[in-house]
Design a protein around this ligand. Structure first.
Ligand code: AMP
Length: 299
């Protein structure tokens, strides 16, 4: 089965204690698609401006990511500018330029099937919902978000929650959305709004999975060198959905494994700036880390 990914395709300017990169490939859908493509072919739906370098579209195509749904609109590509502190604990957003995303009305390419898995990567929840309604998905649907949309579009996000199977957000966002300090309480609150499964990502501290009464924890893959944490969450979501899209019936074991794969893909993403860590790795290296991960967590 294919994975349809909708979200931002961006040009990021990022500064970490290990360097600075200007106008490099970023965006929630870029990270998520590249990550999902390790497991399944991907259809990407997004929009870029006329300033978007063609080489980035070529990089997607090389990874079996169909970019028919990436519209090129007159204007500038979505821009995000951020800086990380010495401990890389969080991104300080310096500027967000929605640019061509303002008033973006995507048309769904005919090759998108309602049977595919759908990942609504981080972008305006109104847009996520519009895609949901157009695709009418029958497969698994996941939704990711960020603090900006919880602040500005909480109503739209809450409406969307009722429709999706899996809702992913980080710990700070889970607290912000729920008003609960404790993450178990936050997950319960979010689940009560409709999401069947909730994943709370905690950066270098791993992630928590909640569904009904079940809770499951996955550590982050331990790394010696993290250069740029941008896109870790999107990569995690893409890896999870890519892995799940290969299953006809999703079992508890599949869900657990999908979180481990999400964690491993994210570990490659943060080792280099932009999407370079994902472009430089291979399925063999992913599987090596998967085996190592198993030995690290077995007791
Ligand atoms: P993360 O590190 O998982 O928070 O994701 C960072 C990526 O999200 C960057 O590559 C940005 O281009 C993208 N991004 C930042 N702000 C937004 C936003 N408001 N909507 C969609 N994508 C965004």
């Amino acid at each position: 089965m294919r994975v349809t990914v909708i979200g931002s395709v961006a040009l990021d300017t990022v500064e970490t204690p290990y360097g600075k990169r200007e106008d490099v490939l970023g965006g929630s859908a870029s990270y998520a698609s590249l990550s999902a493509s390790f497991f399944a072919p991907v259809n990407l739906i997004s929009v870029v401006g006329t300033d978007f370098p063609k080489k980035y579209l070529a990089a997607f195509r090389k990874r079996d990511i169909d970019v028919t749904g990436v519209e090129t609109k007159e204007g500038k590509t979505f821009r995000w500018k951020a800086r990380y502190p010495a401990d890389l604990s969080h991104a300080e957003t310096l500027a967000t330029g929605l640019n061509v995303f303002t008033d973006f009305k995507p048309s769904i390419p005919p090759n998108i099937s309602s049977k595919d898995s759908l990942l609504l990567a981080n972008i305006d929840p109104e847009l996520q919902d519009r895609i949901f309604r157009s695709v009418k998905p029958e497969g698994i649907v996941a939704c990711d978000t960020m603090n900006l949309w919880i602040e500005r579009e909480k109503k739209a996000l809450t409406r969307l929650l009722k429709k999706v199977d899996l809702f992913l957000l980080n710990d700070a966002e889970a607290r912000q959305f729920s008003g609960e300090e404790n993450l178990m309480d936050a997950a319960r609150h979010i689940a009560s709004k409709g999401a069947r499964m909730v994943v709370i990502k905690k950066g270098e501290h791993g992630s928590l999975f909640f569904s009904g009464g079940v809770c499951f924890v996955v550590p982050a893959y331990p790394l010696q060198a993290v250069k740029d944490p941008t896109g870790a969450g999107d990569t995690f979501a893409g890896g999870m959905m890519g892995y799940l899209s290969r299953r006809s019936k999703i079992t508890d074991r599949d869900l657990r494994r999908s979180l481990v794969y999400g964690s491993i893909l994210a570990s490659f993403a943060v080792e280099r700036f932009s999407v370079d860590g994902l472009l430089k790795t291979s399925p063999e290296k992913v599987n090596d880390r998967y085996r190592h991960f198993r030995s690290l967590t077995k007791f």
